[in-house]
Design a protein around this ligand. Structure first.
Ligand code: FAD
Length: 448
């Protein structure tokens, strides 16, 4: 869409969340001269990366009235992407001259370094002054052409305010998806979701079944194997006869999905193997969840498809007053947050225009039809993967930003490949030094 020249608006905008998405959204909105209030229910910036040893009392997080712990970060977590491609474009995730030895300079640093980076970012761009900490948004709903935002602070004081626009940045790694296991109701063992996993101690000498073998599943099973008697990974992406011991371990096995769980404590896998297990760890992902949002049923979440959304950001009938930053996954998260934020900020200003509601709906319908044609389940609606370059470059074009750098895209592609093929060593062994060199040359050229 070509930049619109005529109308320049400066709006009053509410941003919900001060994680990696909300912080960059606030920066981009302010750069476009909007006045911004960031609501953050925690006492710090950083969102997911604010590690806490505490977890929820309900280990599967099924109780809707439970006290929610936001972070899903475990103690041993290191990034699953190389830091050069993981950071924002104009504030790269690099070691800086002012950093002391306490900082983690590894290419795949620990979660503590990511939090430190986000704190640096907030400081550098003076973002903290826009954040209302310990303040949770409990309701956001249309009010004529504006938005009513109701919030509650930790002292219990409620506030009702009117904004021109709301940008939702509440994260989507807090509400667990629990895998369906036939027979689980009468299985006597313990269950926990990775959202509530922090350290492996509780699994000492146990037989543990981990469901899921993507980033968290692969990490957590290796964490646990150091103390457990046996760890068995069940993954639906494995062929039904899979049964193998993973390299570098003598107590870690890979299976297809679980067939059923039995009353006698055994777990039967689709490959016919049976183990007597103590605990199941669900590393089965998360659900999008917007408990504060009231759109009179216009926006729905069905099988993890949030819609209708134009390009995963704008709900056609409510745009541009409502937008979402950060929904797509399997992509360069921070880079995408930055581009989506620029787009939202420029659309709100009126510098960039959106197509008509009708045209946006047509695009959403066509996107769903394509997903269905390829036989993809609804829950993959926001998975970018192979389509990420096209998506990110399209948004970059909307806002007049250069397309993503070739090294960035090659790094993430190689990173996924290493993650899948050498999940035990990918953070410390790589063969793409040349991409790292290109990235750092680029940072130097831009003096970032
Ligand atoms: P969050 O970081 O979750 O921030 C959301 C914020 O909103 C929180 O601060 C929360 O308190 C606040 N909030 C929520 N609801 C409300 C409300 N009602 N009112 C006020 N405030 C509210 N990505 C990578 O790029 N690299 C990695 O290595 C990587 N590793 C990951 C490992 C794990 C285990 C997980 C789960 C995810 C990982 N990710 C990784 C993805 C990660 O989620 C994103 O990188 C990113 O940090 C998410 O940022 P966000 O701002 O969207 O959400």
């Amino acid at each position: 869409m070509a930049p619109a020249q005529s109308k320049i608006n400066s709006l009053h905008v509410a941003v919900i969340g001060a994680g990696a998405a909300g912080l960059v959204a606030a920066r981009e909105l302010r750069r476009e001269n909007h006045s911004v209030v960031v609501f953050e229910r925690d006492s710090k910036v950083g969102g997911l990366w604010v590690y806490t040893p505490e977890s929820e009392l309900d280990p599967l997080s099924l109780d809707p009235n439970r006290t929610v712990v936001h972070s899903s970060v475990y103690d041993s977590l290191r990034t699953n992407l190389p830091r050069e491609c993981m950071g924002y474009r104009d504030y790269p995730f690099v070691t800086r001259p002012e950093h002391d030895e306490s900082r983690d300079s590894r290419r795949y640093p620990s979660h503590r370094e990511v939090l430190a980076y986000l704190e640096d970012f907030a400081r550098e761009f003076k973002l903290v002054e826009m954040v209302r900490f310990n303040t949770e948004v409990v309701l956001a709903e249309p009010d004529g052409s504006k938005w009513r935002v109701q919030s509650k602070n930790s002292e219990g004081t409620s506030k009702d305010e009117i904004f021109d626009a709301v940008v939702v940045c509440n994260g989507h790694y807090t509400e667990p998806r629990v895998a369906h296991v036939p027979g689980i109701d009468s299985w006597p063992g313990k269950q926990i979701h990775s959202h509530n996993y922090r350290v492996p101690d509780q699994f000492k000498d146990q037989v543990v079944v981990v469901i899921g073998n993507f980033a968290s599943g692969a990490d957590i099973s290796r964490d646990i194997m150091a103390v457990a008697k046996e760890v068995h990974i069940a993954s639906r992406s494995n062929p039904s006869k899979t049964y193998k011991q993973l390299p570098g371990s003598d107590n870690l096995w890979l299976h297809p999905m679980i067939e059923n769980a039995r009353e006698d404590g055994s777990i039967v896998f689709e490959n016919g193997k049976v183990v007597q297990a103590d605990t199941i760890v669900h590393c089965s992902g998360y659900k999008y969840y917007f408990p504060f949002l009231n759109t009179n049923g216009y926006i729905t979440v069905e099988d993890n498809c949030v819609g209708p959304l134009y390009k995963h950001v704008f709900p056609p009938a409510l745009a541009p007053g409502l937008s979402f930053i950060g929904l797509p996954w399997m992509t360069l998260q921070f880079f995408m947050f930055e581009l989506q934020s620029k787009w939202v900020a420029a659309v709100l200003t009126g510098r960039v225009t959106l197509p008509s509601e009708e045209k946006m709906m047509e695009e959403v319908t066509a996107y769903y039809a394509m997903r269905d044609t390829y036989g993809l389940p609804k829950r993959y609606t926001h998975k970018l993967g192979a389509n990420q370059i096209q998506y990110l470059d399209w948004i970059a074009e909307q806002v007049g930003a250069p397309p993503g750098e070739e090294w960035r895209y090659q790094e993430i592609e190689g990173g996924y490949f290493r993650l899948a093929t050498q999940s035990d060593t990918f953070r410390d062994k790589w063969d793409d030094d040349h991409l790292m060199v290109e990235a750092y040359e680029d940072f130097l050229r831009q003096k970032l």
